[in-house]
Design a protein around this ligand. Structure first.
Ligand code: HSC
Length: 724
């Protein structure tokens, strides 16, 4: 709703819908009625629109798109037009964020003032729609087409200073924005309004409209190929330059309607809410984010200053927390410090940070070679090599020197967290924190709860994860957890396809066309074939297998003959300039299909007596993606992942799965679970020796329901108890 009050001859309208004042039906109705009441009241001379609590409205209520309430009278277009048509001056007083529909409301106002830290923007492209309440028609009339194209197609926020420079804001104010808004409104209450109604203005750079829109269209098609919303934004902005507002708004509405019902918008909006759900955890016994109070974390330490460790240190420092970095020797410690300093220097050079801020942040870092220096820290994150013996050694040492209630976390990507915890006398205060590389950039944190990890440890680690800017997803303990476990069948199928008839570039092309930015074999080259070779050897050892014997490893999905042949020839991937592809030079990013690799593959097939066949792209697509999805269902049925939304967030934020499909689980729901199950069963019959094709029981059950089960209810069909 919106609160209406009078202060002297000023009517103040507060949008009141915590926490972010989304413009749901009651808020729109309140604003509409408020304007009408103020207009009718002869004692009111001017009006201020603002937001209650922490922000101005941040946009339409996204949940209303699916329910249809967004179109109910008064819709957002009608509210903005009502405000603009008001015969008394209306001032938007912005604090916090004015985004999407919130910015549209303020562009409907005759004046806009903002607090020093306010931000404005049109993030609609991120959820698959466009600023459909006049945003594409009014913004270019205020600031011109060029900056409007940038703001609307990028979805980026604009700070107060920049907004003032562009002309979105008329004034930046210090202190309470509503008080200042009232003062400002009084100062303009006798000014004529005809020059202040944005819809009547002309677009200033209209003469360049064609050139600007053509180049923006080419840019959005290059950057976000296949995405509907950015293309529609450019179309709608072009219309603003060519047509009067009353016609332009109709075209904008038609484009908005098409987008709102698109699968992409549904998937992107699903991802928006899934991301916010991720940190809301619950564990068996009922303890949850809502019931457990986290312990305060005032200082952290990181063990290991390699690429991952240094990145983790930076996340902690960026959050304003002191951090100790421990290394085994001076050479490694110096290398870690240099890497961290270099990255901050880079940020300063790129203008992302001031030199002073970089210095201040770096002053929070304390490098050391002595474990004893960790005696007072609240949380330690270990980031040494992925080697159980080494990790246990480190945890044993940490357990001795750290205070009793300190939490000990491991940045492991695959190893058993309970085994690591067994090296300590505090398994209840041990957890996995699986960061993704580069750790200072990637938003995902897969947090692993061990069998004895206490709810308070989960609460504290979750809170710390959010504080350091991550999206934490709580998962259970198993080999590879959720993300890497699902990765295994995907890469296995990609490699097995090579033996049956495909070449690396054919496999990668199908996956990249689907929307994953780098295909699985290019990822292999990026990671290093020696690294994956060693992982295969280690996992085989752990399972008591001889990694050189096909009959040993094949049933476990650990047989990669092409990779092994390349490894033995010294083709270790990008770093050596040759792997599944060739590269112009070592370290180069451009992967070139290599006839030599094709010969190696052909030779292997001849030796094994394999008749190579043409593999259709659809088969590549299904074998790589459906095997991964099947594994995702298994993590749900085993209670390793708590919700399908969590699986999706892991793949969206950690592995480059295309956001406009919503993630593997959402994508599965779009394929249809009956059809998906049928294809997985088909491959299971074709490849009975490959365990990853055994259909998930949960998927089977869901596929047999008479009506499709909504994704949010899949958990009710997972029979196993949660292993979180
Ligand atoms: C015929 C006419 C047709 C209609 C035309 C409409 C045209 C219009 O242009 C379309 C839009 O405005 S599209 C909209 C364009 N605007 C956007 O896309 C802005 C999206 N929002 C954001 O970017 C961030 O929320 C902020 C940066 C605002 C705050 O970040 P922060 O401080 O980290 O907070 P947080 O954790 O992120 O959110 C807190 C809680 O609020 C919830 N919630 C948030 N926004 C919501 C919304 N719009 N809705 C509903 N709910 C929304 C969020 O789920 C969470 O709920 P929980 O239950 O507590 O978990």
């Amino acid at each position: 709703m919106a609160d209406y009050r009078k202060q002297g001859d000023v009517a103040v309208l507060h949008a009141n819908n915590p926490p972010v004042n989304a413009l749901s039906y009651h808020v729109r109705q309140g604003l509409y009625d408020g304007i009408e009441a103020a207009e009718k009241d002869p004692s009111v001379k001017c009006i201020v629109i603002c937001g209650k609590g922490k922000t101005f409205p941040v946009g339409a209520d996204i949940r209303e798109f699916a329910s249809g309430s967004a179109k109910k009278f008064p819709n957002l277009i009608e509210v903005c037009d009502k405000i603009e048509a008001c015969t008394k001056p209306v001032v938007a007083a912005i604090h916090g964020f004015a985004l999407g529909g919130g910015l549209e409301i303020s562009l409907g106002c005759h004046y806009r003032i903002g607090g020093t830290s306010c931000k404005v923007g049109f993030p609609e492209v991120n959820i698959g729609v466009l600023p459909g309440a006049g945003g594409t028609q009014r913004l270019p009339r205020v600031i011109g087409l060029k900056p409007s194209l940038d703001i609307i197609t990028s979805g980026c926020h604009v700070g107060a200073k920049e907004a003032l420079k562009l002309g979105i804001l008329d004034k930046i104010v210090q202190g309470d924005v509503v008080t200042e808004g009232i003062k400002f409104a009084k100062s303009v209450q006798n000014q004529p309004l005809h020059g202040r109604r944005v819809s009547t203005m002309a677009v200033p750079d209209v003469s360049q409209a064609n050139a600007l829109c053509n180049s923006a269209m080419a840019e959005v098609k290059r950057k976000s190929s296949g995405l509907l919303a950015p293309v529609a934004c450019v179309k709608s902005l072009r219309v603003a330059a060519q047509t009067p507002y009353k016609d332009g708004i109709k075209i904008e509405s038609a484009l908005m309607l098409q987008l709102m019902t698109s699968g992409q918008a549904k998937a992107l909006q699903y991802a928006f809410f899934a991301e916010r759900l991720a940190s809301k955890w619950q564990v068996p016994g009922g303890a949850s984010h809502a019931t457990v109070t986290p312990r305060p974390v005032k200082s952290c330490a990181v063990v290991g200053g390699g690429y991952m460790g240094s990145g983790i240190v930076m996340c902690i420092l960026n959050a304003g927390l002191p951090c100790i970095l421990v290394e085994a020797n001076q050479k490694f410690l110096d290398r870690g410090i240099k890497m961290i300093q270099g990255l901050y220097a880079g940020s300063v050079k790129l203008g992302k940070m001031s030199e002073q801020d970089a210095k201040k942040t770096l002053s929070l870092l304390k490098p050391t070679l002595r474990y004893e220096d960790l005696k007072d820290v609240d949380v330690v994150i270990e980031a040494v090599f992925e080697d159980m013996k080494l990790k246990q050694e480190v945890f044993g040492k940490l357990d001795k020197v750290c205070k009793k209630d300190a939490l000990l976390c491991s940045n492991t990507s695959t190893l058993n967290i309970d085994k690591i915890a067994s090296a300590t006398r505090r398994p209840d205060r041990v957890m996995g924190m699986h960061f993704f590389a580069p750790a200072y950039y990637m938003k995902l944190l897969e947090n692993i709860r061990g069998a004895e990890t206490s709810p308070q440890t989960v609460a504290t680690v979750t809170q710390l994860s959010v504080k350091i800017g991550k999206v934490p997803v709580l998962v259970g303990n198993c080999h590879g957890f959720v993300g890497n476990r699902m990765m295994a069948p995907y890469t296995t199928e990609a490699q097995r396809l090579l033996e049956e008839g495909a070449y690396p570039h054919q496999v990668d092309q199908v996956i990249e066309e689907f929307g994953i930015p780098i295909g699985p074999l290019k990822v292999g080259d990026l990671t290093g074939l020696d690294v994956s070779w060693k992982i295969t050897r280690e996992v085989s050892r752990m399972l008591g297998l001889d990694h050189t014997k096909r009959e040993d490893v094949e049933p476990f999905g650990l047989y990669f003959p092409v990779r092994n042949a390349l490894y033995e020839k010294g083709r270790l991937g990008r770093k050596t300039g040759a792997g599944f592809y060739k590269y112009e030079k070592a370290g180069s990013k451009v992967a070139i299909p290599d006839p030599l690799v094709m010969d190696i593959i052909d030779h292997h097939c001849r030796e094994e007596g394999i008749d190579r066949r043409r593999i259709p792209p659809q088969e590549i697509y299904e074998r790589c993606l459906y095997s991964l999805i099947n594994e995702g269902f298994k993590t749900l049925e085993e209670g390793i992942a708590a919700r399908p939304e969590d699986v999706d967030i892991i793949w969206l934020l950690g592995y480059g799965w295309p956001r406009y499909t919503g993630g593997p689980m959402h994508f599965a729901s779009q394929i249809g679970l009956r059809r998906l199950y049928g294809r997985i069963e088909y491959y299971h019959n074709k490849y009975p020796d490959r365990d990853h094709w055994t259909p998930s029981r949960l998927l089977k059950t869901l596929s047999q329901q008479e009506h499709p089960v909504p994704l949010a209810q899949w958990g009710q069909f997972a029979s196993t108890t949660s292993r979180l």
